[in-house]
Design a protein around this ligand. Sequence first.
Ligand SMILES: Nc1ncnc2c1ncn2[C@@H]1O[C@H](COP(=O)(O)OP(=O)(O)OP(=O)(O)O)[C@@H](O)[C@H]1O
Ligand SMILES: [Mg+2]
Length: 233
Amino acid sequence: MLEVDSLETGYGKKQVLFGATLTVHEREIVALIGPNGAGKSTVLKAICGLVPTWKGAICFGGTAINGSTPAENVTRGITFAPQGNRVFHGLTVLENLEAGGFHLANNDLKGRVEEIFALFPVLERRARQLASKLSGGEQQMLAVARALIPRPKLLMLDEPSLGLAPNLVAAVLDRVCEINQNTGIAVLIVEQKVRESLRIAHRAYGLRLGTVVLEGSPSVVSSPENLHQLFLG
Ligand SMILES: Nc1ncnc2c1ncn2[C@@H]1O[C@H](COP(=O)(O)OP(=O)(O)OP(=O)(O)O)[C@@H](O)[C@H]1O
Ligand SMILES: [Mg+2]
């Protein structure tokens, strides 16, 4: 479904990715792990079109999508919940969700919001409240929910557990897993909480210094030697 081949990119003159190659198949949850600054967020940003590709190819459903804008990629079926607290604090929960469906007709959008409320009842109860009034965990749920509004084929999550208490980390990831199982949506997830993300992933990649250095099943990737090599090697 998604094929990233020998991707090179960076910011200004600074090169960050030096030939990253990875694949996400249909219905798969794929975890991308690695030390701080390895380029994990940059991989996701390049896929969704927030940073340009310098070299290499990004294909989605057999179509080259290098050079596409984030909006074009949303209509293709790729959505992104970025790292950090990226809900609109000055908007209500409902308005945040509506922002995720900017490209949908009003009727479609209404239906989608209803479906999302069924998945996240807590958000329905808080629909008219400002997003700033939600707890950290609820805001992360909102960010994930907003990325689900367009009914994507591929959901990309950048550190959905950031800043959450351990019990909430598991809750957010369990919800992601459940949505994957119920809807078949593919997920590419970047997580600092390595063990937690490998728990829900079908496959994983390890990124170090802008290159994929490790690839395999969660049990292989999470062996002590591999994790040591990836994070400290
Ligand atoms: N907007 C930017 N402008 C310039 N350099 C950037 C920008 N964003 C990231 N970088 C640099 O690119 C490199 C990779 O950053 P990236 O955010 O992709 O890493 P990461 O693996 O997601 O790290 P973390 O685990 O800390 O989130 C870092 O050296 C970072 O300083
Ligand atoms: Mg990051």
